[in-house]
Write a protein that binds this ligand. Structure first.
Ligand code: PEP
Ligand code: MN
Length: 374
C-alpha cells in the first residue's frame, strides 16, 4: 500500500528519543491547565494535550468545556514552552482548533470506527499542514485504522501518525483495553514509514500499570507515548484512576529504557548474523516439514474418501492436540502458543481433506467451527 508520508514534516520529534504527548484527559479550568503545564515543564514533553470535547460513553458525564477551553490550552502550552494537541471529532472542532492555533490534532478511538466521520474530518483538514494522529478504533479492526490513515492521506495530509490505545474486548483484565500488540506490529509491517505512538493511559485504565506498557512500546521500537497527567489525579473530572501527577509522569519517562533500531557494535552484528542464519535454517526445515505433513494429510484424506469414513475424527484430534501441547510444554513452550499453531495447521488440513472428499473440487475454505483431523 502506498501511503506517502513526508519525512520532511518532522512533527514526530527527535531521532533516538520518544515523542511525548502529555496533559490532562480533559480541560477543566484555565488554572488546571496552567498548573499542569507548569509542573510538566521539568519533563521533556513535546505536546501538551487536553480533551476539549469529550465523547463520553454515557450521557450525563462531563462532556468537556468546549470552545472556551481552546485559548486556555494554547496559552498554557505557550507559557511552558510546549506545542499543543487536542482531539477532534467533528469538522467544527477542526475549524475551531486550527483557529485557536492548536498544533496537532488527533482522532479518537470512537471516531475512527466511523468512516463517514473520518471522511468529514479529512475533508475539514484538507489544505492544512497540521499533524494528524489517528487512534486505533475501539474494536480490534486493523482495516478501519488503516482506512482512516488512507482517508487523511488522500486529503493531502503528510504529517500523519497513529496512536495505539488498546481495544475493547470482553476479557481485557488487568487492562481497561487489551493492548493487542499484534495489531500494532501488523500496522508497522504494512505501513513501515508511519510513526506510531502508544497511549498507556487508555490501555491501562489504572496508573500502576503505565510503566510496563510504556516500556513495552519502547521495547518494540514505537515512536512515542501519550500519557494523561493531572495536578490532582483522583479529583479529575474524567479518567481519574489512570491519570498521574506531572511529577510521576516525569519519573515514568526517566525510568524508560529507550532502545534503538540497530547497533553498529561488532560483537552484536556478528552474533546477530550467525543467529539469524540458524533461524533461517530452522525455518527452512519447518516449511519442509509442514509440506511433508500436508502430503500425509492428503494420503489419509484419500483413504477416508475411499472407505467412506468421516473427516471428523474428534477423539484423534483431541488426543493429538493434548499430546503435542504436553510435549511442547516439556520443551519449555507455552501450551497456548502450541495450541494456536496446531489450530492453524488443522484448519489447512480441513481445507485439503474437504477438497479430496468433494472429489478434487476446490474447497474454498473450511466452514467456521467445523472440526476434522487427519
Ligand atoms: C483521550 O485521549 O482522552 C481519549 C478519549 O482517548 P480514546 O479515544 O483513546 O478513548
Ligand atoms: Mn482520557
Amino acid at each position: 500500500m502506498d501511503i506517502p508520508i513526508n519525512p520532511q514534516v518532522s512533527w514526530s520529534g527527535v531521532e533516538g528519543r520518544p515523542l511525548v504527548i502529555a496533559g490532562p484527559c480533559s480541560a477543566e479550568s484555565e488554572d488546571q491547565l496552567l498548573e499542569t503545564a507548569r509542573r510538566l515543564s521539568g519533563t521533556r514533553v513535546d505536546y501538551f494535550r487536553a480533551g476539549i470535547w469529550k465523547a463520553r460513553t454515557r450521557p450525563g458525564s462531563f462532556e468537556g468545556i468546549g470552545d472556551p477551553a481552546l485559548p486556555w490550552l494554547k496559552s498554557a502550552g505557550v507559557k511552558s514552552g510546549m506545542k499543543t494537541a487536542t482531539e477532534v471529532a467533528q469538522p467544527r472542532h477542526v475549524e475551531a482548533a486550527l483557529k485557536a492555533g492548536i498544533d496537532l490534532l488527533w482522532v479518537g478511538a470512537r471516531t475512527t470506527v466511523n468512516p463517514f466521520s473520518v471522511q468529514e474530518l479529512a475533508d475539514a483538514v484538507r489544505g492544512s499542514d497540521v499533524p494528524i494522529l489517528i487512534k486505533n478504533p475501539t474494536s480490534p479492526d486493523l482495516g478501519l485504522w488503516i482506512g482512516a490513515v488512507e482517508r487523511f492521506s488522500q486529503a493531502g495530509v503528510r504529517a500523519l501518525g497513529a496512536i495505539h490505545r488498546g481495544v475493547s474486548v470482553a476479557n481485557s483484565a488487568p487492562y481497561r483495553n487489551a493492548p493487542m500488540w499484534s495489531m500494532v506490529i501488523e500496522l508497522r509491517r504494512i505501513l513501515p514509514a508511519l510513526p506510531i505512538i502508544t497511549d498507556p493511559s487508555h490501555i491501562c485504565g489504572r496508573r500502576d500499570l503505565l510503566q510496563g506498557i510504556a516500556q513495552r512500546a519502547m521495547d518494540l521500537g514505537l515512536d512515542g507515548l501519550m500519557i494523561e497527567a493531572h495536578p490532582r489525579p483522583d479529583n479529575a473530572w474524567s479518567d481519574p484512576a489512570q491519570q498521574v501527577t506531572p511529577e510521576r509522569l516525569g519519573e515514568i519517562i526517566a525510568e524508560l529504557t529507550v532502545r534503538k533500531g540497530s547497533s553498529d557494535n561488532d560483537t552484536y552484528l556478528t552474533s546477530i548474523e550467525a543467529l539469524r542464519d540458524r533461524i533461517d535454517q530452522v525455518d527452512n526445515d519447518i516449511v519442509a516439514m509442514l509440506a511433508e505433513r500436508m502430503g500425509i494429510v492428503e494420503l489419509i484424506g484419500e483413504q477416508k474418501r475411499l472407505n467412506n469414513v468421516t473427516t471428523l475424527q474428534v477423539d484423534r484430534w483431541r488426543a493429538l492436540l493434548s499430546d503435542r501441547m504436553e510435549r511442547a510444554r516439556q520443551l519449555g513452550l507455552d501450551p497456548g502458543y502450541t495450541k494456536a499453531i496446531y489450530e492453524v495447521i488443522h484448519r489447512e488440513s480441513i481445507r485439503r481433506q474437504s477438497s479430496i472428499m468433494s472429489n478434487g473440487r476446490e474447497a474454498s475454505s473450511a466452514p467456521e467451527g467445523s472440526e476434522t483431523v487427519e
